[in-house]
Design a protein around this ligand. Structure first.
Ligand code: AMP
Ligand code: GLY
Length: 422
């Protein structure tokens, strides 16, 4: 099989690493990829949102499968673009239709979808500029903290947790006035859920599904989960508090009704669903859906997945998922992300990275890197994900931290407390 993987982060390096292990993978292209993926396949300078160019490349190289890493091309309808084209429609596209991707593309859509199906989630209401006054009144009556969410994609920044009604009203007005551009023209106001978060992933075709190893990510920049939200500073798998009992509830109350709902609304869905969950009183609630794998969760989920990933994705698209055996590595895995100084606010790129060759006992997945004159340079906020195995998550984190000292670049920062709350 000739495979084209779209994206350029740590998630995509982990996908490339896992797919490369499959005997089914004859050729691998990554668009645009990074310095890490360049060692596993051929990087192609294409933007994943440029569907015409992606389609033309797929035809030219006789690509059999397109695997879509990030959410944006999915929300913009890359699946539908392929399926509507006579020449492209035979290609396996791993990622949902535009309609299915709305689970992530519109928070208001996702909330309504869950409410209509009694899928446990925080109580909410949605507002636009026309209903601003009603929104302010709603906030006034609401218990604090209050959660405000931009309806559309806002690069992970569109969620605000406000401690007072005053703060919430100011932010609410700012959001409706374009704080996150068109993404916050509609705002979801929701109840704050107090609990501990975890991430559940399935690969599905809308009917059949397989559950991948469960993970937990650490989103805040500072130790002890303080400071600004980031794309993710580290993750662990498995998650000690997620037991069989909790997972049974996740399957019965959340996964099954979500798939039933997707079928009811007629949304083709071949790909991954990421359930961002929170445990409150030993019950799971949905914080958010994502229509793709998580980053940095993928960097611990795929290393623990004992299955042929290419076979699994192919099985999803050929309705044979039930025939595939999937097991989990009994070891724990953890990843620690090395980020650029200043991230998630302003940071510089182009710093030379050294010491990658000295990494021992960890996998260095590249998140934001590029090759320049034979040197690996920083090219993003999140730079390297150091993944390790261990008897438990503590041992795995310790192994990653040892290697975190060896990899050097100006301004490097990382959290040393991944897993601190487990
Ligand atoms: P999201 O972008 O939807 O993942 O939200 C970012 C983060 O905000 C989540 O990972 C949670 O930590 C937090 N969050 C979102 N919604 C809620 C909620 N209803 N209650 C508590 N925390 C929330
Ligand atoms: N780790 C959270 C995300 O991928 O959105």
């Amino acid at each position: 099989m000739k495979i084209l993987l779209l994206g350029s982060g740590g998630r995509e390096h982990a996908f490339a690493w896992k797919m490369k292990q499959s005997p089914l993978c004859e050729a691998l292209y990554i668009a645009p990829g990074n310095a890490g993926t360049a060692g596993l396949g051929t990087n192609v300078p294409l933007h994943p949102n440029d569907f015409e160019a992606v389609g033309a490349f797929a035809l030219k190289e006789a690509i059999d499968m397109v695997v879509v890493g990030p959410e944006e091309p999915l929300v913009r309808g890359i699946y539908d673009h392929f399926k509507a084209d006579e020449q492209l429609k035979g290609i396996h596209v791993i990622g949902p239709s535009e309609k299915g991707a709305q689970l992530e593309g519109s928070k208001a859509f996702a909330k309504k979808f869950m409410m209509e199906r009694d899928i446990p989630t925080a109580a909410y209401a949605e507002f636009t500029q026309e209903t601003l006054e009603a929104g302010l009144a709603y906030i006034d009556q609401h218990a604090t903290p209050i959660v405000l969410k931009a309806d559309g994609l806002a690069a992970g920044k569109g969620v605000l947790i406000c401690q007072t009604a005053e703060e919430a009203k100011d932010e609410f007005r700012a959001m409706l006035s374009g704080k996150f551009g068109a993404a916050s023209a509609r705002v979801v106001v929701e109840e704050f859920l107090d609990g501990i978060e975890f991430s559940v992933f399935v690969i599905t075709n809308g009917k059949q599904y397989k559950i991948l190893p469960v993970a937990k990510d650490y989103k805040r920049i500072g130790e002890g989960d303080t400071g600004l939200n980031t794309g993710g500073m580290g993750s662990v798998s498995p998650v000690p508090f997620v037991d069989e009992n909790l997972m049974r509830k996740v399957e019965n109350w959340i996964i099954s009704p979500t798939l039933t709902g997707l079928r009811e609304i007629g949304a083709p869905y071949v790909g991954f669903i990421f359930f961002g969950l929170i445990r409150v009183d030993n019950n799971p609630y949905v914080i958010e859906y994502n229509c793709r794998m998580g980053d940095p969760e993928t960097e611990v989920v795929l290393p623990r997945l004992q299955a042929d990933l290419v076979e699994l994705m192919l099985a999803a698209d050929t309705s044979t998922l039930d025939e595939v055996q999937l097991a989990e590595d009994p070891r724990a895995a953890a990843t620690v992300i090395l980020v650029s100084g200043g991230y998630p606010e302003d940071y510089e790129k182009g710093k030379t990275i050294t010491g990658l060759g000295e990494v021992e006992g960890s996998i260095a997945f590249h998140a934001g890197t590029r090759l320049e004159d034979g040197l690996v340079k920083t090219n993003g906020g999140r730079v390297i994900a150091l993944t390790s195995y261990g008897a438990d998550f503590k041992a795995a984190v310790a192994a990653s931290l040892k290697n975190a000292e060896k990899v050097q670049f100006e301004g490097k920062y990382y959290r040393k407390d991944i897993g601190f709350d487990l």
